[in-house]
Design a protein around this ligand. Structure first.
Ligand code: SF4
Length: 94
């Protein structure tokens, strides 16, 4: 159903015929760590995340996995996982 509270008109799995069923009855605003993310929606009532209803939860156990402004170590060339099967085939070609 489409949201009628905060993100009006956007499809949301928490919206029911009786209203928003999310904890607290509405989306929560972003936290400081979200600043710079491309998923931030700036609305009249504040700044919200387009992907999740409660951004603080996404940061509870480390970096948000949906953040567009956080670079992970693997993107910098460190901690790259190598598929042993592909590495074996690659070495056979040489
Ligand atoms: S995707 Fe993550 S970092 Fe970006 S606004 Fe949402 S909760 Fe914050």
């Amino acid at each position: 159903m489409d949201c009628v509270t905060i993100k009006v008109g956007q499809p949301c799995s928490f919206m029911t015929a009786k209203g928003c069923s999310f904890n607290g009855g509405a989306c929560h605003q972003i936290i400081d760590k979200c600043e710079g993310c491309d998923r931030i929606l700036t609305l009249e009532s504040g700044k919200y995340c387009a992907a999740v209803p409660n951004p603080a939860v996404k940061w509870r156990l480390g970096s948000c996995n949906l953040a567009t402004h956080v670079k992970t170590a693997s993107k910098n060339g460190q901690n790259i996982k190598i598929n042993p099967l592909k590495a074996s085939k690659r070495s056979m070609r040489k």
